[in-house]
Design a binder for this molecule. Structure first.
Ligand SMILES: [Zn+2]
Length: 653
């Protein structure tokens, strides 16, 4: 028996010793970070759930129970039985039930998925016991997402491959540590003193872990578009794990590239992040192909990244290497976004990496998590380190007023929006305003990738704010509000714009760099009754920025050139143009400081990243001053760093 096998052998022996013979234990598998225990008598295990709880605690491992193949009902019979057991209200049709033979799971897609978990998981357990198939409940969203459905079907079809991935990952995690010397070092690979291509390498004697691996398409050179793993001479195959905070492309855009160049390990992220990641990567591939700017990977690498993703819930403590254990917490930035808590060694060091986060109220999400078991080093984003934003309430009021005035003069409103997050936020604000009577009920046309993303939001109501979640569970889903009209395929944009009726149009892209929003702008700009409202930051060089700058200048230039096909068209801007600030998914200067005041326990070291140099300087200055004046409850001797890309920092030597 080799060194590597000893750890697993010990775990398996311990399990066989502790599970009573009545359970009829047949085998133990290492499924990625989780230990799968196969039994014939699952009824016994469910009736004596304390046994598994104690075992998980003793081993400090996550455990999943599966039923041995020999004790499962044949698929046809199992399906029949499940349909008999389910009340009509669950909304499950025969085609919503599929089987994963490899893992022994029955995937049930249900409208009303909560019912499975009522009354101490009664329905869930009955299905498990009676069929021997472990239920995997997927919420069938009220809006359909083709991408989500395709991803789910693809994963079921590739179940053999996924099991092999999980086993290989499981062996790499549950192995004897080889080195006695312990050290911990982090290296900035991208997204330090800059925004874009976020990536951090965390290294110990045993492990190499990447936190995010993003892409910066607007960088001036290829070298600045990618995280600098190349400069360290590290091959992707040497990496043990990738942890992804959220699905924005500046955090996940180059993960498929790692797979293309030999990475074989897992990607840890929430389920919502996984779905949004696939959607955004496929969209990026599409756009780059159309624009003739090929990406350094293709569709099969995106698929591979999907198959290697191991979804984690917030708060789930998970071993990812022999000496690193992570837990994800809500970051409040976009759906599924997470902060990563890393526990290194047995109490050697604790890192919290915030990723992008919002420490403030939004309609969609709860504010970022502040309570951690331990924190030694905090790596914090600083995007808006130099900006104080308008209070949320004021921003919403301004936004609603602009829409109301436009409707009253029989005009139409165009809101160019980012597909992930901002569009859904705006939809919720509008739905609530119409519900309360603050806005008259006019049609709201929604176009572009927004609809796929919204569908993914409705698949994970448990990740949304309480207000929105409760409305989704009740019949008042704000995403399917009665005045909302989803536009798909080729739509009659000119008809909408030419009709007499006032309306609101929400369309991508958020900075008018392409997509239906540009077409609407062209059609709507000449009419002075109409209004254009920007709700997100307009980056230098975009059409959105050009329009904003021209209209806001002291002597406005009311004209702009737009590329239409292969021609350039001059558009006369008679419509009103406004920009409402304050809807950002990032914490502003005050919220970043408030986060430091609230995080518990307090870190001994703060590393600022994800911000332009001025933003980081402004934030670092405020932090130092406030510590000196004792208006920020942080230790006087706290270490404050703002590394550059390729800087390394030793946290434990
Ligand atoms: Zn982000």
């Amino acid at each position: 028996m080799g060194l590597v096998d000893r750890v697993r052998k010990r775990i398996v022996e311990e399990i066989f010793k502790r599970i009573p013979p009545e359970a009829q234990l047949t085998r133990v598998e290492f499924e990625g970070p989780v230990i799968a225990i196969y039994v014939k008598n699952v009824k016994f295990i469910i009736e004596n759930e304390g046994i598994i709880k104690t075992l998980a605690k003793t081993l400090r491992k996550r455990i999943v129970i599966r039923v041995d193949e020999s004790a499962r009902l044949p698929e046809k019979e199992a399906k029949k039985r499940i349909l008999q057991l389910l009340p009509e209200s669950v909304g499950v049709k025969p085609e919503n039930i599929s089987f994963d033979k490899v893992l022994g799971e029955v995937i049930i897609r249900a409208r009303n998925s909560e019912i499975f978990f009522h009354d101490r998981k009664l329905l869930y357990n009955i299905i498990f016991v009676e069929t021997g198939w472990r239920p995997s409940i997927v919420r069938e969203p009220p809006l359909r997402s083709k991408i989500l459905e395709a991803a789910l079907n693809y994963m079921i079809a590739q179940s053999d491959y996924r099991r092999d991935v999980l086993r290989a990952v499981g062996e790499r995690i549950h192995r004897e540590t080889i080195f006695k010397d312990q050290y911990l070092r982090i290296t900035a690979l991208g997204g330090f003193r800059e925004v874009g291509r976020s990536a951090i390498l965390v290294e110990t004697a045993e492990s190499k872990v990447l936190l995010d691996f993003g892409f910066n398409p607007s960088a001036p050179s290829v070298k600045q578009m990618m995280p600098r793993l190349d400069a360290l001479g590290i091959n992707p195959e040497e990496i043990d794990a990738v942890v992804l905070t959220h699905a924005h492309l500046d955090h996940c855009g180059l993960i498929p590239f790692l797979f293309k160049y030999g990475y074989q390990g897992p990607v840890y992220a929430t389920k919502a992040t996984r779905d949004l990641m696939v959607l955004l990567q496929l969209d990026l591939l599409d756009i780059s192909k159309r624009e003739g700017k090929p990406l350094p990977y293709d569709i099969k690498d995106v698929h591979k990244a999907l198959l290697h993703t191991i979804p984690l819930k917030y708060g789930e403590v998970t071993d990812i290497t022999p000496d690193i254990r992570i837990t994800l917490y809500n970051a409040g930035h976009i759906l599924g976004s997470a902060m990563v808590h890393m526990h290194v060694g047995s109490g050697l060091h604790n890192i919290v990496y915030t990723g992008d986060f919002k420490f403030g109220r939004t309609r969609l999400l709860n504010k970022a998590h502040t309570e951690f078991p331990r924190v030694d080093t905090l790596i914090m984003e600083s995007t808006y380190g130099g900006v104080v934003q308008k209070p949320r309430k004021e921003a919403e009021e301004e936004f609603i007023n602009l829409i109301k005035k436009t409707i009253e003069r029989k005009g139409k409103v165009l809101i160019p929006a980012l597909a992930v997050g901002r569009a859904q936020e705006v939809m919720v604000i509008i739905a609530f305003a119409m519900q309360s009577g603050a806005l008259p009920e006019v049609p709201v046309y929604i176009e572009g990738m927004i609809n796929e993303v919204t569908a993914i939001h409705t698949a994970y109501p448990e990740l949304l704010s309480r207000e929105v979640r409760e409305k989704i569970y009740s019949a008042e889903n704000p995403f399917t509000y009665r005045t909302f009209k989803v536009l798909e395929g080729k739509t009659a944009r000119a008809d909408i714009v030419e009709s007499e009726e006032p309306c609101i149009i929400i369309a991508t892209s958020g900075m008018l760099t392409g997509g239906p929003a540009v077409e609407y702008f062209r059609l709507m700009a000449p009419d002075p009754k109409n209004t254009l409202i920007f709700v997100n930051y307009q980056v230098e060089g975009t059409l959105g920025r050009k329009i904003k700058d021209r209209m806001e200048s002291d002597s406005p230039i009311k004209e702009v050139n737009v590329v239409v096909g292969d021609k350039i068209e001059t558009i006369r801007i008679n419509m009103e143009v406004h920009s409402v600030e304050g809807f950002s998914g990032h914490s502003d200067h005050r919220q970043l400081l408030a986060y430091l005041a609230n995080i518990n326990p307090k870190p001994k070291r703060i590393i600022l990243n994800h911000g332009e140099p001025e933003a980081i300087r402004a934030l670092a200055n405020s932090i130092s001053k406030k510590i000196q004046k004792k208006t920020l409850p942080l230790p006087q001797d706290i270490e404050l760093y703002a590394p550059r890309v390729l800087d390394s920092l030793s946290l434990v030597i």
